[in-house]
Ligand binder design. Structure first.
Ligand SMILES: Cc1cc2nc3c(=O)[nH]c(=O)nc-3n(C[C@H](O)[C@H](O)[C@H](O)COP(=O)(O)OP(=O)(O)OC[C@H]3O[C@@H](n4cnc5c(N)ncnc54)[C@H](O)[C@@H]3O)c2cc1C
Length: 226
């Protein structure tokens, strides 16, 4: 296997888990499985727009051989296993989005109470109140979507559709809520003194990782029988 493409994130630990091989590069036809490859040759840190949520690295494996006993499942079943993991992972990422939206809302609410302009807290202005009212409403709706997806999974019932719905909604909500909360912070929203600037940078990845918004919509439409 020779690859120079970004494959998997590798954070502060030195462990890299390569979950999927799509081409073995040898004469046998590609036989996806879920292998664990050890020790990449290089793990270059990639520059990215956020700093703490996840650190992406470009891993390079040259002429890498995966020992048979490192296969995590039957040969040829890796892609199916991978998709199953993605369904469950979407609930976790939806929970991340919910937490981020809730955090952005709480920061906006707190700032609106303390910041005064024209002799009164900015939270007394209806324009600010409406932003916070919208955020409170959407966070509540998002919580129910995430809990329902998790409940279905816990019950052993089909949950892929609900996981995609929760992931799509919370990813878009996190971006919206961080944007509105930063707006409430005004110029201070750009300063690292206030964590909303970091939330704003981090939120975007929730619309891309674990399947983009477009892919969630494809999954949901397929679930509708379209
Ligand atoms: C910080 C970070 C961490 C990540 N961590 C991991 C990880 O731990 N494990 C892992 O496996 N992956 C990880 N990823 C990869 C991530 O899952 C992919 O980036 C994501 O699924 C999108 O794939 P892509 O980048 O190849 O985009 P592409 O597939 O090239 O998509 C580009 C654009 O085209 C759209 N598009 C593509 N196909 C269609 C279609 N059929 N219909 C309509 N629109 C389409 C996409 O929605 C997107 O807008 C990570 C990515 C980032 C940024």
């Amino acid at each position: 296997m020779n690859t120079g493409r970004p494959l998997q994130r590798c954070g502060i630990t030195s462990i890299a888990l390569l979950t999927l091989v799509v081409s073995s590069g040898c004469e046998r036809p590609p036989a996806p499985a879920a292998p664990v490859a050890e020790a990449p040759d290089a793990a270059k840190l990639l520059a990215q727009m956020f700093d703490t949520l996840a650190r992406a690295r470009e891993l390079t494996f040259t002429g890498c051989r995966v020992p048979e006993h490192n296969l995590l499942g039957p040969r040829g079943e890796g892609f199916r296993q991978f998709l199953e993991i993605l369904d469950g992972g979407r609930i976790s990422v939806a929970a991340l989005g919910l937490g981020m939206a809730q955090g952005a809302f709480e920061m906006g609410l707190s700032y609106a109470r303390q910041r005064e302009q024209f002799g009164r807290p900015i939270g007394s202005f209806q324009a600010i109140q409406f932003k916070l009212a919208d955020m409170a409403t959407e966070v509540e709706a998002a919580r129910n979507l995430v809990y329902k997806a998790a409940w279905l999974k816990d019950q052993g019932r089909p949950f892929a559709q609900q996981a995609a719905i929760a992931k799509l909604y919370t990813g878009e909500l996190a971006r919206r809520a961080c944007n509105e909360s930063l707006q409430i912070h005004g110029g201070y929203g750009f300063m690292d003194e206030y964590p909303i600037s970091r939330f704003y940078r981090d939120a975007k990845v929730l619309e891309i990782g674990e399947g983009t918004n477009e892919v969630q919509r494809l999954v949901i439409a397929r679930g509708l029988g379209l």
